[in-house]
Ligand binder design. Sequence first.
Ligand code: EPU
Length: 346
Amino acid sequence: MIKEQNVPLQAYNSFGIVAKAHTLVRVGSEDDVQQVLADPQLAGQPMFVLGGGSNIVITGDVKPVVVKVEVMGRRLVKETPRAWIVEAGAGENWHDIVAWTLHNGFPGLENLAMIPGTVGGSPVQNIGAYGVELQDRFDSLDAIDLTTGRAFTLDAAQCGFGYRDSVFKHPAAALGGLGLKDKALITRVRFCLPKPWKAVFGYADLERKMSENGISAPTAMQVFDWVCAIRTAKLPDPRVIGNAGSFFKNPTVSPEQCTDIIAREPNIVHYNMADGSVKLAAGWLIDACGWKGKSIGNAAVYERQALVLVNCGGATGGEVVTLAKAIQTSVYERFGIRLEPEPVVV
Ligand code: EPU
């Protein structure tokens, strides 16, 4: 366990916001976590678990102890006739693990290529892209209870996955005592990659790549390359322009609400969901309100994807939050829809 004081966090959040952690500890193993919990200066203090910092907006210096998860490791746990079970340490870079699984002959994560962040963050917000969500490839995870030091394992049902949601996003009080926000530190995640592998399509951008390339039965590596190309064209690279991916969730409405909105806005982009609800493209709603390319201070709406807020250089977390609120207000005034932010405001 490495303990540091007054640590700059700019390099540890994908928005590139300048702020400091009063105390930051790096944990590289389960033993390190136990050492933090037994440390007389740290024990009992509020803690903030930091993964890749790709889904947070920091609005000032962070007072809780920042626990930076650097647990590494990757391995094939077992291969059965039905699946490969692969495990990765929570501190591993997400995209590196996707690439590693493919190179080692364990396909299944290719649609999730290039999502910024770490393995440990992937179940927290149930990352998803191009028709696949983490919950579709999840086996189980190991975590440590930060209040008791007890290690435990959760399966998919216990993680309470939803659209960009899990038990890790809710405080205990909100889920009848089951929420784990700020209460658990994920150390390892196991993925279940089903056999035989089958490509997941149905997403317009991917279908387009198939027809452009004249390929009807692509390999997992081809899907991986296409997803990388689509993301590179649409989304800003956080190493160049600070951002946290989609800033809002795509809202769902009832079919009646949708019919009502379509009567007023015939071009609205919407998708019918299996449960009968209708999902609206938040990017379209924001775009329709004229926000693309607009800014408040040094925070702006990305000109190629209105769902992504970016740091033009030197933005504060306050500017990002002010811009987000202004967007929410104008979308509500025009469409009567409340957009819910995806990142955690720290
Ligand atoms: N659109 C616009 N203007 C915009 C942006 C989008 O009109 O500025 C419309 C387009 O018509 C487009 C539709 O909205 O067809 C949907 O846009 P896109 O395909 O870019 O996907 P999204 O719904 O905006 C979601 C995820 C992304 C994920 C992509 C691909 C959420 C909040 N976002 O974006 O996830 O990569 O689908 O599956 O669900 C992330 O969570 O950080 C993220 C990048």
